[in-house]
Design a protein around this ligand. Structure first.
Ligand SMILES: NC(=O)N[C@@H](CC(=O)O)C(=O)O
Ligand SMILES: [Zn+2]
Ligand SMILES: [Zn+2]
Length: 427
């Protein structure tokens, strides 16, 4: 049995939409017909009337934390993938900073098995660069690749040793795999919870300087040049990082980069007080950095948008700005935030935003999804571009409620998510 999605608006370049009927037969998209044409026989198939809503390729998020194994009180694969589906995501790449960390074949298999039995969207695991993310010894890249990881990263911490990073890149390059880097020099950060800037000054807090990120970006670009690896920069947040990546791309170094919605929408000047729902790593930077990240995304320096969905418990976040863990949830607000603030305001086209969340992540990581075409996998998301609704963390399917966007009035809410031709979530 297949699914007919009738009267869907498909993005057709710029802000243009074309009304179509789309037929997914099993896993694949089998037909796309203009809404004006005579309807084919739909007998025996499920029929969904999209009523003009946007039908987008399933969103792809290349940086998320599912917390399983080990931190199931924050999130697990069941809740995390449901939260992702509610956000319109059909494929998500999960970070290995779990407990144990994903640094062995067994842990990779554990995550993949759980994803298969309890997950409702595609889960692509990353493996660690170093054992236990301690920065001392490389993991077995070959074995992890064989087990199914899509790249290597110690996300949560920076790889402090340049030699370790160079060895990692050389090895990854030799087996055609990417290195994904959380860029942070610990010696420049020590104990700081927010960025250097107006908020830290006002509250007399030690600040995280921009260089703590950019020093790693610069170092790693040189190492990527030397090793030829595909180097991907996590959650870019500073003007300096954007500049370095832009220059590296200009001279042909194989570097790609991602940015999170919060680093495009919030600066440290927006932090209302000592509320840890505004605490994440990298921290909210200055308005100038926000502007640079937007410019970087627009000119292609930054390739893709990711959420860095990082759920924590309420108890953890209640410890206050200084003591609470870094991180905010992201799945269930990402598309509405960016649609409302950048597309509905006319700064970006719909096509631009969709590309950054579908086609380009697939392209950057060599994944077979991200477009709506006959013959391709039916990973699809229906999105209501009209209805305005307030962000209400109590409704989240994530176990995490830690968001700074509570109460924001947004449009662009996903209403139905299809993975491989199956409806996995609907409003
Ligand atoms: N981004 C965050 O603030 N936190 C992440 C770690 C990370 O992405 O570096 C987490 O695991 O909680
Ligand atoms: Zn990180
Ligand atoms: Zn992360």
């Amino acid at each position: 049995m297949g699914i007919w999605i009738l009267n869907a608006s498909l993005a057709a370049g710029g802000n243009e939409l074309k009304k179509k009927h789309v037929f997914a037969n099993g896993e694949r998209i089998e037909q796309i017909v203009d809404a004006g044409e005579a309807l084919p026989d739909m007998a025996g198939h499920t029929v969904i009337d999209a009523q003009g809503k946007l039908l987008a390729p399933g969103l792809i998020d290349m940086h998320v934390h599912l917390r399983e194994p080990g931190f199931e009180y924050k999130e697990d694969i069941a809740s995390g993938t449901r939260s992702a589906a509610r956000g319109g995501f059909t494929a998500i790449a999960c970070m290995p900073n779990t407990r144990p960390v994903i640094d062995t074949v067994e842990t990779v298999q554990y995550v993949l098995n759980k994803a298969q039995t309890e997950g409702i969207v595609r889960v692509l695991p990353y493996g660690c660069i170093t054992k236990n993310e301690l920065g001392r010894e490389l993991t077995d890249f070959d074995a992890l690749k064989e087990a199914g990881v899509i790249g290597y990263t110690d996300d949560g911490v920076g790889v402090q040793s340049a030699q370790m990073m160079k060895d990692a890149m050389a090895k990854a390059a030799s087996i055609g795999m990417p290195v994904i880097a959380h860029c942070e020099d610990n010696t420049l950060v020590e104990g700081a919870a927010v960025s250097e800037g107006a908020f830290a000054r006002k509250h007399g807090l030690k600040g995280i300087p921009n260089e703590s990120e950019a020093i790693h970006v610069g170092r790693d670009i040189l190492l990527a040049e030397a090793t030829g690896v595909h180097y991907h920069v996590c959650h870019v947040s500073t003007e300096q990082s954007v500049r370095l990546i832009r220059q590296a791309k200009q001279i042909g170094i194989k570097v790609t980069a991602e940015v999170c919605p919060h680093h495009l929408l919030l600066s440290d000047e927006d932090i209302p007080g000592m509320d840890a729902n505004w605490k994440m790593n990298p921290p909210l930077r200055t308005p100038r950095d926000v502007q640079a990240c937007i410019e970087g995304l627009v000119d292609g320096t930054i390739d893709i948008v990711v959420t860095d969905h990082a759920p924590h418990s309420e108890e953890e976040k209640a410890r206050g700005m200084q003591l609470a863990p870094f991180g905010i949830v992201g799945f269930e607000t990402a598309f509405p935030l960016l649609y409302t603030k950048f597309v509905a305001t006319g700064q970006w086209t719909l096509e631009f935003l969709l590309d950054k969340m579908t086609k380009l992540p697939a392209q950057v990581f060599g994944l077979p999804w991200g477009t709506i075409e006959v013959g391709k996998t039916a990973d699809l998301t229906l999105i209501d571009l009209e209805t305005e609704k307030k962000v209400n963390p109590a409704e989240f399917l994530s176990k995490g409620r830690n968001t700074p966007f509570t109460g924001w009035s947004l449009k662009g809410w996903p209403t139905l998510t299809i993975v491989g031709g199956n409806v996995v979530w609907s409003e």
